[in-house]
Design a protein around this ligand. Sequence first.
Ligand SMILES: [Zn+2]
Length: 655
Amino acid sequence: MTIDTTRPVTADDRQEDRTTVPDPDVARPVQPGRGTLRGAGLGEVTLDSGFWGDRQRTNAAATLQHCADWMERLGWVGNFDRVATGTTGPERPGWQFSDSEVYKLLEALAWEHGRSGDPAVEALFDRLVDRVLPAEDVDGYLNTCFGHPGRPDRYSDLASGHELYCAGHLLQAAVARLRTHGEDRFTRLGRRVADHVLREFGPEARAGICGHPEIEVALAEFARATGEDRYRAQAELFVERRGHGTLPTIDLLGPAYFQDEVPVRETEAWHGHAVRALYLAAGAVDVAVDGGDDDLLDALGRQWDRTVERRTYVTGGMGSRHQDEGFGDDWELPPDRAYCETCAGIASNMVSWRLYLATGRVEHVDLMERTSYNVLATSPDADGTAFFYANPLQQRVAGTEVLPDAVNARAEGGLRAPWFDVSCCPTNVARTLASWHAYAAAVDGGDTGVLLQYAAGDVRLALDAGTLLLRVDTRYPDDGVVRVTVVEAPTGARLRLRVPSWATGAELARSGDGTRDVAPGWAEVDGVRAGDVVVLRLPTTPRFSWPDPRVDAVRGTIAVERGPLVLCLESTDLPPGSSLDDVRVDVEAAPRPHADGATVRARLVTTAEPAGTRPPFGARPPVTRAGGAFDLPLVPYHRWAQRGPATMRVHLPVA
Ligand SMILES: [Zn+2]
């Protein structure tokens, strides 16, 4: 069906009225309909300069405009103009899902405006909405790839068309706008788009699902933001419809790729395309929580356990296969062919956050820390204008320089690129960084402030009995000392601090109380009062990290971690003329701190006589020659390739 009559933009659409004005202080990305936990609001945590504060500021100052500029230049924004002016045709810039990048940027701008209130951010948001709004059809359908002259019919390719996926990202942007600003022309557009989806895919309409999950998590949050349960019911319908093999096989990718082989509640471990699997899981958690479906919630918790136990890299990265951007089998975690798409890391955090809010389990927050420091923080460069798409743990061939002005054909690793042919990751990084601080703290039961991630700044949590105002001073992750000063606290307020899973030997001191050992998990401090100083000491001495022997690809190797950071070896730091392939680590000598990384005791083991050649296998073991031991520096993985092209390894063979 082609509808070429776009909905005329009315005076109402131009109006900036707000029927309700929300408090941006408590605006937050995920608001479950039940449970005792709530995440911090955008205004409840303010980060100083530091690991995450600096990244948020770079995101605001550079990344947001960078994304807008690229999408303008490539015609992805112009696609909306072509629909509005009736000038669509067979040729169209961008992939079928390019609209979603504009929406993810709108979401990032909404969170950023909620965080900073910067009028320039609001102005960019408005300029983009000016372009998007006129492309809406009379019945609330909005997509620039389908349903217009010269384009395929609406919903004619549910498997790969991404129409509901795009609508989902529009709704997530509308959720961010509703929570940070209140009702306006963009959120009203969101309602019309959501209502269109319900009319077209509701119980009485076509029983379709989208090849790329996203509409599920978006509708569930849209229901929360609008207070209208019918959107959640539609999300539930999409979740339940999945897993019955209704999507066709395309390009040799069968139902497992789309998570359409096994119903969500019967799935054992996440499989198929990683981002799809994780977006679906995030939506399914929302549906389970708000719908009171504890069986589904338990199933998702078991899927998280199994996937994290057997299908997750030391960086927190997910996705072992390039061919389908997908999960591998259990224990299939090759470091050199790791895909670990940046978006999969972000999606993993979306799932873990929801499971934490639903269950209070510390493991979910531990994984978020791992993934934030080693996947999310790895993608953007220091300037916030180039990104990794894939995040392999070993780079055999140094990347070639990426031209700052060129579109990259989906980087496999090596060097960050300013933009990609499929450019899902930069806008995903932008929306996540803009709201990252809202995942750093939480409130439990109205009387407990919870510190989840450590960064210097002010935490002002609204408890039932009053404000709990904390001043956090720390150089984390460079240093493991976290000093929390209670500036203001209502009577009976409690403080809960996360002791990361790696922090064996941590200590907690409360002014006047002396010091006690605290085990990984939660450390509770009761009855905090203004003037209390609580100091958490996390041991950030570098440590070896041994793989499970079932992970064949890295058997006989170690990784080195320091606090939440995974470290790596870059060829840049090797003695001249030597190769990364020859490095062997002496595990008898503990790694030692060095700058923000570590040094390990290593030798270069060269091959004097190979086992065989052509192919490189033979009847006898190779004859090797070991050089003298020396200290080899490792750097944080998130900084790799920032000093130019290099080969790199996270997992280093043991001597
Ligand atoms: Zn991506």
